[in-house]
Design a protein around this ligand. Structure first.
Ligand code: ATR
Length: 282
């Protein structure tokens, strides 16, 4: 199949050190025969308006957005959807009916990967403990609210940031002091680490999981290393686990679909490709 778009797409950011988005999207571009190429647009802030106008004018199908522009781009867009507006951040830009629109796919990517890994899981009325209160925690908390979880605890070293996220939906999202993580971990159905603890070069996340329920899902959005100490510990205790690489792959799906009209598959082949890249670039 050859989809004739003549549209390049890219990841937009500044001082982008390394991104796996080109690898993921170019794999799909080639697999689905799309006439496009995914590159890196590293631009200073003053070039943003002209760059975004060029997408509106049809010179490109759209782009992904990374630091430091996830909030900055919003002022140049014609509309953002509910997911982006709830968290005040955009990671995907696309064109519709002459308009430039923005969305955020991180939360949906997390939920897709979770459901893909555990197809029988129902999030309705689930109790969740989220560690961390950065941008990723905000996206995931919003997506969990949309999935009808009954309570979402946000535990963060800086409690004020957890309180801010709780403001998204105060009846469901509850801030939690970092010191209370251990005791709360025994009362939830899903625990997700969104902090940078456990990443290559950072301190490990020290959290004994013996207290957790046998069926509590332990998930980590850290994907370098692929198997964090948290996940290794969970596996050794026989807990169901959900890794971080899947979220990275699944969050890319909606963008590709919005740009090219094809819903790409997250396959073992793609996963192996990115795993290989992680091993060589860290
Ligand atoms: P992102 O936007 O990718 O989620 P971020 O905004 O940098 O990343 O968030 C990093 C998270 O890791 C924060 O919740 C941070 O806690 P603070 O808000 O208190 O800074 C958390 N984090 C980083 N180092 C930590 C540490 N040593 N102990 C506990 N939490 C830590």
């Amino acid at each position: 199949m050859n989809v004739n778009t003549n549209n390049g797409v890219c990841i937009l950011g500044y001082s982008i050190t390394y991104s796996r988005s080109p690898l993921i999207h170019n794999h799909w571009i080639s697999k689905y025969g799309v006439d496009s190429e995914y590159g890196i647009c590293d631009l200073p802030v003053e070039k943003l308006p002209a760059f975004l106008s060029s997408i509106r004018d049809g010179k490109s199908a759209g782009c992904n957005v990374t630091t430091p522009y996830k909030q900055t781009v919003i002022q140049y867009l014609d509309a953002i959807d509910d997911a982006a507006s709830a968290i005040g951040s955009v990671n995907t830009i696309y064109r519709r009916n002459g308009q430039l629109r923005g969305t955020s796919t991180d939360g949906a990517g997390y939920i897709s990967h979770l459901k893909n890994t555990h197809p029988d899981l129902s999030l309705k009325n689930a109790r969740v403990l989220v560690l961390g209160a950065g941008g990723a925690a905000r996206s995931i908390a919003d997506a969990l609210v949309q999935s009808d979880c009954s309570v979402i605890y946000i535990a963060n070293r800086t409690l004020a940031k957890a309180r801010e996220i709780a403001g998204l939906q105060a009846d469901i999202i509850k801030p939690l002091a970092w010191d209370d993580v251990q005791s709360m971990s025994g009362q939830v159905d899903l625990l997700v680490n969104t902090t940078s603890l456990g990443m290559v070069g950072r301190q490990p996340l020290v959290l004994p999981l013996e207290n957790t329920r046998p069926d509590c899902i332990i998930s980590d959005i850290v994907y370098a290393p692929l198997e964090t100490e948290l996940l290794a510990q969970a596996r050794s205790l026989g807990r169901p686990v959900v890794d971080g690489l899947g979220m990275l792959l699944h969050q890319a799906v909606p963008g590709f679909k919005l740009w090219f009209g094809i819903e790409p598959q997250v396959t073992d082949e793609l996963r192996a490709l990115v795993e290989q890249d992680l091993l060589s670039h860290g």
